[in-house]
Each structure stands twice: as C-alpha cells, then as structure tokens.
Design a protein around this ligand. Structure first.
Ligand SMILES: [Zn+2]
Length: 297
C-alpha cells in the first residue's frame, strides 16, 4: 500500500478522514477515503501500489473488462449501453462541431464506443491497460488497441477529440496523462470527461455503500468544483457540464445490493429518480456528469 501525504490538487498536507468503504467487487477489504482540509478534494488513501492495482480488477463482475452478461444488473447495463453508445457519439459530434475526425478513447475497455465511432466514419485509437480487454476488442470488433505506453507514438496537435468515460478516477499518474492529452489535442480539440460525482444526492444517501466510490479501483473522488479547479490548473477551460441520468439508476441498484445484500429494484428506482430530480432542480449534482474541456494553447 502507498500513502499520499499531500493533497494532489492543492498540495496541502492537512488531510482528514472522510469515509471508510468496503471493496464489494473483488477483495472485500476496507479502504479509507480522506478529504483535503484546504480544498476539499477526496481520494483513496492509502491505496494499492500501482503495480499491485491489477489484482483488484480480477473479477468476472468487473464488467468493462469481461463484458459479462450474468445477472439482471449486467443485462440492464448492456441494454442501457447500446442506447448510450449512440448518445455518446451524438454528443462527441455536437461538442466537437465535427461529423467525423480523429478520436482517441482513453481507457476504452473492450472497445464498444470506439467501434460505434469507427462505424460512423471517425478515425479511432484506443488506450487500454487490460490485455484481456484489448484481446476482446481485437476479436470482437477487429480493433487494435494500444497499451498505456502509446502516448509517445501519438503526434502532438493531431486529435480532434479525446474521450475518457469513467476512466480518470482510476488513473495513478493523472497529471502526466492529462498533460499528454493536452499535447495530443489540436488547438480546437475537445476533451470529454465522464466522472462519478460524490456530491450527488445518491452519494449522500448511500454514504459508505455508494457504488461509485468503488474502492480501491477509484483512487480519486471528484466533485464538480474539484473538476473545474483541477483541470484549470492543467491548462484546460471547462466549457460545459452535461448530465448522465441513466447512471443514477445503475449506481443505485449496485448501492442497494451493497447496503441490503440484495437488490430491491423498486427502492433503487426511487432513489435514482430522486437523485435525478434533485440534480434537475439544483444543477451540477447528477450521479455522474460529463465535462466538456478545451485546451488552452
Ligand atoms: Zn487540496
């Protein structure tokens, strides 16, 4: 395990205990999330060493790598994904103002989104640390994905869009990665970042059981204010924030399972709906949000 002594956003050494959460997916161990006393940023601390992190992804339940269809939740996930893949592509087209172009998906998992983009004429590249996921993408979609050492092959100012759908919360050397994204994007390029929002109503309701804490795989736990502060520091401007209303239902189903031992779908639907209603009223409190960022070049 590795312990950070400073906040990675503002470098303050004043860190307070925030919450202890169990890893329900793989290890069943308990991990701690701390909160910076100065800027409020939350992160898993201590966390597994980067070289050890892979073993916390070794589970058939870890859906983005295995593409499992076991159980109702996973089936609902696949159904929702089919729908959301098209919506994501539409979003990319709209925020980049391009019908087609060059796109890199960071942490692309089994490549379903890249395949959707490729089919509509985009030139696509993907970076994915899991060898199993890369193999799946090759077999299923004929996509050759890169491992994490691919950045050196990617020319500066060459990409129209970089996407990171629920990925950056997993990335150890986050500042290095974002620096590479900034370098590779064209001057008018767009960085599309989806992240869970730990200041959402469902996060507050489920507390330690909130499924999107997903320790120790999630090492950073962003609020919208953290996102703005962090990316501005890295040389991006935040252009807009978009909701991901379907995520509230998925996260509430998993959270119910963690809290009660089994899923009460009715309760999960009610809490997912309540979280979305809260976000509709207050803005910026969706369970997951998409941040549209532009590089300052
Ligand atoms: Zn801080």
């Amino acid at each position: 395990m590795e312990t950070l002594s400073q906040c990675p956003v503002c470098q303050s050494a004043s860190l307070n205990a925030f919450i202890a959460c169990k890893d329900y997916t793989v290890s069943k161990d308990t991990f701690h999330i701390v909160q910076c006393a100065s800027c409020g940023f939350r992160f898993t601390n201590p966390r597994p060493e980067e070289a050890e992190a892979g073993k916390y992804y070794q589970s058939e339940d870890y859906i983005s790598h295995s593409d499992t269809r076991k159980g109702l939740i996973n089936n609902l996930y696949h159904y929702a994904r089919k729908f959301t893949l098209k919506k994501k592509l539409k979003l990319v087209t709209s925020v980049s103002s391009k019908q087609k172009g060059s796109l890199l998906d960071l942490g692309c998992g089994t490549g379903a989104f890249l395949n959707t983009c490729k089919e509509s004429g985009w030139q696509v590249q993907g970076i994915e640390p899991s060898a199993d996921a890369r193999e799946f993408a090759q077999k299923t979609y004929g996509l050759t994905l890169n491992d994490v050492n691919a950045w050196e092959k990617i020319t500066g100012n060459s990409l129209d869009v970089v996407t990171a759908w629920h990925v950056l919360e997993h990335v150890y050397k986050l500042e290095d990665e974002i620096l590479q994204v900034k370098r590779a994007l064209k001057r008018d390029g767009t960085f599309v970042v989806a992240l869970p929002n730990c200041s959402s109503a469902d996060a507050q309701f489920y507390g330690q059981y909130w499924a999107a804490y997903d320790v120790p795989r999630h090492i950073w736990h962003f609020t919208p204010a953290d996102v703005k502060r962090f990316f501005e520091k890295q040389g991006f401007t935040l252009q807009s924030v978009l909701p991901m209303p379907w995520d509230a239902y998925y996260i509430c189903m998993l959270s119910e399972k963690y809290k009660m031992g089994s899923v009460n779908y009715g309760r999960a639907l009610v809490h997912g709906w309540a979280s979305n209603m809260n976000a509709k009223k207050n803005g910026n409190t969706w369970s997951s949000q998409i941040y549209i960022l532009k590089p300052v070049k």
